[in-house]
Design a protein around this ligand. Structure first.
Ligand code: F6R
Length: 608
């Protein structure tokens, strides 16, 4: 969602802000803007559409000189995407400017209050209320005004603020929206995410909820909401800067698909020691783990799909009942969390608003929460009782691929560990599973080698109106993710169905030529899925089957087959998802879309 970058230092702020915002493009946005203090006053430029419009408008920042500034990419929530509603916003005397990520929930009441005091509003945004409220409280001391505003606003926010009367500093504050602060020898930075400033510094501070950061050109201070100075630890970012570059690939999404062998290895290899699974980051003894009676997995989107696979794997191996919930449902359904239950929240960004709320709800009810998270230092990583990191590195494409693959592996490891400590699998079974796990990266490489074949197949379907994905058990969870990958970036309507459920209604949608992708990797369900293939075939469907090597007789019923190497059936998702990701990607490319920036979507969904 919205991206924020700010800079104060010796260099030209506009250069750094435009560069930083370009690194945040993956978050999704519809307009952009920046405010720079030129030595006398604050100047603002804003534009609708891609960042390059703002770059052209400002001659790559040259028309906006100055060493202090804030910039923003906006993903519209309140008010249509236009220049007026784009950030930064001004107070009425144009002496205070602010950028915001999040939603101010009580903005209507605050707006009414300010209107009665004579304030007029130029925009339809919730954000403008905050800058006018700052104006209202500002009597010469920015910190006093900010702390008063923080007591009045409700909702989620990350703010970057400049006061023209105090141009030697930038103020930054957050609650439930991400914000980091960085420091280099040439100045200080604020950003919504690390890639925005990785080119300039690896030294960052994670701003906690309702903390205020004050950035000077050569100093950095932190305060509590009561304006008391606090100390914070600097974190050194280990990420390879190249990880946030396209590295010759046409899209980040393609690059990230190719990074999956490494991601999978990085997620499991540090956790396999002397033939055993050691998950130090769990902070749980084997006895505590063995005592878990029930698991609730809570997540959104693809992370939820990983959770659905996790349910099958954990239940099958460890024989522990697992419920999987969409975070947006879980948080409002007053869930029953029983004695001995553990909650697992899964999130790439670690900032997804609904998942974070589910975590808090669970903790409030007294339950242990394990986060499976990719972004180190994110809100979920900080608030969960324990964190299992998926070491996927920065994921830039909006549609997840490598982080999803890493989530699967984290769940397999957890399932195997739990099964072992509960005595449900012995050393021989564990060894065999570990061996299978170790083969997955090279098997993914093999599948990636089919790229050209899948591209050709995808090109035949760029005109498709509806595509169905079917499967049973783990194959159903693969269908869910395959379908989402396709629809979110190619805008082709697609549905995933449990194959056995088709004839309870959906089969009436199948007509001559409809593409049905049938996933049949689970040996005990294979024959059942083949029957479903026959059913859709006889209604005219064109069937793409994804099955394991050796199942050649499927060619009698399917029109096109993609074979997956053999592995433990519980790990099949890690392999079968690869051609489906590639298919979605190439349908999108074939239609001429930008697969990295699908319309209406944001990478990190920080509002509910
Ligand atoms: C789809 C996709 C989304 C995310 C979802 C959760 O490709 O990326 O469905 O999986 O928004 O995001 P995180 O994992 O950051 O909580």
């Amino acid at each position: 969602m919205c991206g924020i970058v700010g800079y104060i230092g010796a260099a030209q702020a506009a250069d750094i802000i435009l560069e930083g915002l370009s690194r945040l493009e993956y978050r999704g946005y519809d307009s952009a803007g920046m405010a720079i203090f030129d030595g006398e006053k604050i100047n603002i430029s804003k534009s609708v559409g891609r960042l390059k419009v703002l770059e052209e408008m400002t001659h790559n920042g040259e028309t906006m000189p100055g060493c202090v500034g804030i910039g923003h990419t906006r993903w519209a929530t309140h008010g249509v995407p236009n220049t007026v509603n784009a950030h930064p916003h001004f107070n009425r005397s144009e002496t205070i400017t602010l950028v915001h990520n999040g939603i101010i929930e009580n903005y209507i009441a605050l707006k009414e209050m300010l209107k009665k005091k004579g304030y007029e509003f130029a925009t339809d945004t919730d954000t403008e209320v905050v800058v006018q409220l700052l104006d209202y409280y500002y009597k010469g001391d920015p910190m006093e005004a900010i702390t008063k505003v923080l007591q009045r606003v409700q909702g989620s926010y990350a703010f970057g603020i400049i006061f023209a009367e105090h141009p030697d500093r930038i103020y930054a504050v957050r609650k439930d929206s991400p914000l980091i602060v960085g420091r280099s020898k040439d100045g200080c930075f604020i950003a919504s995410d690390v890639p925005a400033i990785l080119k300039y510094t690896r030294k960052v501070f994670y701003v906690d909820n309702q903390e205020i950061a004050v950035l000077f050109k050569d100093d950095l201070r932190f305060y509590s909401i009561d304006a008391e100075e606090i100390t914070k630890d600097e974190v050194f970012i280990e990420w390879d800067a190249k990880a946030a570059e396209k590295g010759g690939y046409e899209h980040f999404m393609l690059k990230e698909m190719y990074e999956q062998p490494k991601t999978v290895t990085d997620t499991f290899s540090p956790r396999i020691k002397d033939g055993k699974i050691v998950i130090d980051d769990l902070n749980m003894t084997d006895e505590e783990l063995a005592a878990v009676k029930k698991i609730h997995i809570v997540a959104c989107g693809s992370a939820y799909h990983a959770g659905v696979t996790g349910k099958y794997v954990i239940e099958d191996l460890a024989r522990i009942p697992v419920e999987v919930d969409l975070a947006s449902e879980f948080r409002y359904r007053n869930p029953i969390l029983e004695e001995g239950a553990m909650v697992i929240v899964i999130s790439q960004s670690g900032e997804t608003a609904d998942t974070l709320a589910a975590l808090r709800e669970s903790k409030e009810k007294g339950f242990r929460v394990l986060g499976i998270v990719n972004v180190v230092g994110s809100s979920i990583a900080r608030e969960a009782d324990s964190v299992m990191y998926t070491w996927a590195g920065p994921e830039i494409a909006v549609a997840t691929t490598k982080a999803y693959s890493a989530q699967l592996v984290a769940l397999y490891l957890l399932a195997m560990k739990m099964a072992y400590v509960k005595g449900k699998i012995d050393d021989v079974e564990l060894d065999s599973m570990i061996e299978d796990l170790k083969c997955i990266p090279s098997q993914i490489e093999l599948l990636l080698g089919n790229e050209k074949r899948i591209q050709r197949f995808a090109n035949r379907y760029v005109g498709a109106k509806d595509i169905f994905f079917i499967g049973r058990g783990i194959d159903y969870s693969i269908a869910l993710e395959g379908s989402l990958k396709l629809k979110e970036i190619s805008y082709v309507h697609s549905e995933a169905y449990a194959a056995g459920e088709l004839k309870h209604g959906t089969i009436s949608l199948i007509e001559k030529g409809t593409l049905v992708t049938a996933i049949a990797t689970q040996p005990q369900l294979y024959a059942k899925t083949v029957s479903n293939i026959v059913e859709v075939k006889s209604r005219g469907a064109f069937v793409l089957a994804v099955t394991t090597e050796g199942n050649d007789e499927i060619e009698k019923n399917a029109d096109y087959v993609i074979y997956i190497p053999q592995t433990n059936p519980l790990f099949m998702n890690s392999l079968a998802i690869i051609p489906l990701q590639m298919f979605g990607y190439y349908v999108s490319v074939g239609k001429g879309y930008d697969a990295d920036h699908p319309r209406n979507l944001a990478k990190s969904v920080t509002v509910e």
